[in-house]
Design a protein around this ligand. Structure first.
Ligand code: UDP
Ligand code: MG
Length: 312
């Protein structure tokens, strides 16, 4: 049995060696590769990874990007380089302790009808607002895509090679990995866990990135916002028509003056705002089409270390 452990890394100089040591201890009797994908780190991460490779070229492989392309691009590069029977995606900061991989492996070995094991963050470490925000997002994704989204399902997943092939066959450049997993399907077993605290360094996903991530998820996998825009437009037009009828009847039957300037301004401003809002929604889809149609690579590799076609 062979296992590829894929680790996206961005500025993780304080954590990668600890992760390596831990993995080395846990998997000493399993044939494994630790594939680090350095996503354009600006600290010493890459030099440390090269040093780890020099000491253990049997287990370590490194793919380094020409700049930061994002965690999802790094996952894509790692999966594209994976050839083992099983592959697992794990963060470099030890929040997702590698000890869980053994549990995941055991499950897939004992259950040949399953293809993926996914660790589910039970949100015990997070604040109430974050919990509500994330739960709402997953519910919205599930409703708007008709795909299966489990709240808290993380990228910390172990999968068979057939799943790796399915994921890498999707070539879109704006990648939302959780959505790709849902789209690909495969029988998945979910295990609840509480992520540990980051051992060092800082999180790269602050609130703003999390909101961008959620918006990306919705626009990449659902056309529900467009339907929402149509329903909104239809409802307003219907309301306006009823209002028109009432005004005409009032004027003819009761001979009342039509109320003037202020109400007209309100309606104009509200409608103007809504038109811009709906244009924004359409723009999101147009911009995504524009980016996809250029068909640029998802990432650009600067160096590959530990592979046959090494450029060192
Ligand atoms: N990461 C990456 N590219 C990025 C951002 C993050 O490769 O642009 C890596 C990061 O080094 C870590 C993993 O993705 O191994 C998860 O990042 P982080 O721990 O900052 O996210 P959080 O756990 O706070 O959601
Ligand atoms: Mg983390």
């Amino acid at each position: 049995m062979k296992l590829d452990i894929i680790v996206p890394t961005l500025n993780e100089e304080e954590t990668v060696e600890k992760l390596y040591n831990e993995v080395n201890t846990i998997f000493n009797d399993i044939k494994y590769n630790l594939i680090f994908v350095d996503d354009g780190s600006t600290d010493n991460t890459l030099s440390i990874l090269k040093y780890l490779y020099k000491n253990d070229n049997e287990h370590i492989k490194v793919i380094s990007f020409s700049r930061n392309f994002g965690k999802d691009a790094a996952i894509h590069a790692g999966l594209s380089a994976s050839t083992a029977e099983y592959a697992v995606i794990v963060d470099a900061d030890m929040q997702q302790h590698p000890k869980y991989i053994l549990k995941m492996l055991e499950f897939l070995k004992d259950n040949p009808d399953y293809d993926v094991v996914c660790m589910v963050n039970n949100y015990k470490n997070e604040g109430i607002l974050q919990k509500i925000g994330k739960r709402t997002f997953y519910k919205l994704m599930k409703k708007s895509t008709n795909q299966n989204y489990v709240p808290g399902a993380s990228d910390f997943r172990l999968m068979r090679h057939s799943v790796v092939k399915a994921l890498t066959s999707m070539h879109e450049s704006n990648r939302f990995t959780k959505g790709l997993f849902s789209y690909a399907g495969f029988k998945t077993h979910y295990i609840d866990y509480k992520p540990d605290k980051r051992i060092a360094g800082k999180s790269k996903f602050k609130l703003k990135s999390q909101i961008t991530y959620a918006i990306n998820g919705i626009f990449n996998f659902s056309t529900l916002p467009l339907r929402f825009a149509s329903i909104l437009g239809g409802t307003i037009s219907f309301g306006a028509f009823i209002y028109l009828l009432i005004t005409v009847i009032k004027t003819i039957v009761q001979g009342k003056d039509v109320p003037g300037y202020a109400s007209l301004m309100c309606v104009l401003l509200i409608l103007g705002g809504l038109i811009l809002f709906v244009l924004g929604i359409i723009g999101e889809y147009v911009s995504r089409t524009y980016i996809e149609i250029k068909n640029r690579p998802v990432y650009i590799v600067k160096e590959k270390i530990g592979y046959k076609e090494d450029i060192l």
